[in-house]
Design a protein around this ligand. Structure first.
Ligand SMILES: [Zn+2]
Ligand SMILES: [Zn+2]
Length: 144
């Protein structure tokens, strides 16, 4: 059994991407977290191990992973992008209080894409769906 990290590394190698210790650390961090971190959060988590690494380095490496199809970037208007190495079909719930982003599984909305295509004449490629609200932590804090 190969791990997701090994598969990812193999994929990068076949795309001609050179692996560095920093790249390896960023990728493993993303594969092991459920928190959908921003580039800044990844930087803060890894800077004790890589004191010479900058946020820009983290960002550039993330771009490499995105281009290689290993990482998905989620943009939020003026707010920092978040990064997800889980490319399986899943959806997100965003807490409007603390900004926490949580995965949930739901059947892929193929109907929605089909209908959208029919109504707009678009060749629909993908869609993005999020629900917004208050997470249980924030809800219980508000009650206390
Ligand atoms: Zn919250
Ligand atoms: Zn996710």
């Amino acid at each position: 059994m190969t791990s997701r990290l090994e598969q990812a590394l193999e994929h990068l190698k076949s795309n001609g991407v050179r692996m560095t210790p920093q790249r390896n650390a960023i990728l493993s961090y993303l594969l092991n977290t459920m928190s959908h971190p921003t580039a800044d959060e990844i930087y803060k988590a890894l800077s004790p191990r890589f004191p010479n690494m900058s946020v820009a380095t983290v960002y550039n490496n993330l771009k490499v992973f995105i281009e290689a199809g290993l990482v998905r970037e989620m943009t939020y208007g003026d707010q920092s992008s978040r990064f997800d190495a889980d490319l399986s079909d899943h959806y997100h719930a965003l807490c409007e209080e603390c900004g926490k982003l949580v995965d949930f599984a739901y059947k892929p909305l193929d109907d929605l894409e089909k209908t959208a295509g029919e109504l707009t004449g678009f060749k629909v490629k993908s869609h993005r769906l999020e629900v917004y609200g208050t997470c249980s932590d924030c809800a219980s804090k508000a009650k206390a």
